[in-house]
Design a protein around this ligand. Structure first.
Ligand SMILES: CC(C)(COP(=O)(O)OP(=O)(O)OC[C@H]1O[C@@H](n2cnc3c(N)ncnc32)[C@H](O)[C@@H]1OP(=O)(O)O)[C@@H](O)C(=O)NCCC(=O)NCCS
Length: 185
């Protein structure tokens, strides 16, 4: 009997890590596969058109190389299948040195519904606190209902809406802005 991908192997091992070194070829390849699949499934984290593989590889290598970005990877049985980033404020922005921007959160469609994005956000919030940040800001398209449910269930507070937030298929898509005040538990 056939099973949907999300109902297979319920004992699969979940993992999330902060990237502290250059990506291996295998991880880069899996990350590009996950990005490719998530864009084809509707994106929601920036890309609308699928970029060529070399652009995607350069993008992820660039993320790892940028001092102001923290890259997190989610794994299912060791395979990279999701990600999230934190963008730190530049050093001159002393007034906002407490806050960090969350961006680029997605899980590949085949790995969804197993708690990986919750685990990603647990790790992201812990690492943000450890790095000295007490506020996480983020924005999301109104159409990304799973992500909105995820953020609201974790205490992200809706700040407002932007009617011209994104342009997809020649039409504006509304966006939402959220914030969360972190506290050590
Ligand atoms: C949003 C997304 C990251 C969720 O990933 P996931 O690993 O499947 O999520 P989890 O299994 O960890 O679920 C955590 C919570 O998210 C919410 N959620 C996840 N999938 C959902 C869905 N299909 N419908 C409604 N809520 C959903 C629920 O609150 C869920 O908690 P629960 O299981 O206790 O109900 C994933 O659907 C995705 O990549 N979406 C496209 C990209 C995107 O929208 N990114 C956000 C850009 S800001």
């Amino acid at each position: 009997m056939s099973q949907s991908p999300n109902s297979q192997n319920k004992n699969a091992e979940l993992g999330v890590e902060l990237v502290t070194h250059a990506l291996s070829e295998a991880d880069l390849n899996d990350l590009c596969d996950a990005t490719d699949a998530a864009i084809k499934a509707g994106g929601g984290f920036g890309w609308v058109q699928l970029p060529s593989r070399d652009i995607m590889e350069r993008f992820w290598r660039g993320v790892v190389a940028m001092p102001l970005r923290m890259l997190f990877l989610a794994r299912l049985d060791g395979v990279v299948c999701g990600t999230c980033q934190l963008i730190k404020p530049p050093a001159n922005n002393e007034a906002q040195k407490h806050s960090v921007q969350l961006t680029g959160l997605f899980v590949s469609p085949w790995a969804r519904g197993r708690g990986l994005s919750s685990l990603l956000l647990d790790t992201v919030e812990q690492e943000a606190l450890k790095t000295g940040f007490t506020v996480i800001n983020l924005d999301v398209r109104e159409s990304m209902t799973a992500a909105i449910q995820l953020y609201e269930s974790r205490g992200y507070e809706l700040l407002g809406r932007h009617p011209y937030y994104a342009m997809v298929g020649g039409a504006f898509v509304e966006g939402r802005y959220y914030t969360k005040k972190l506290s050590a538990s």
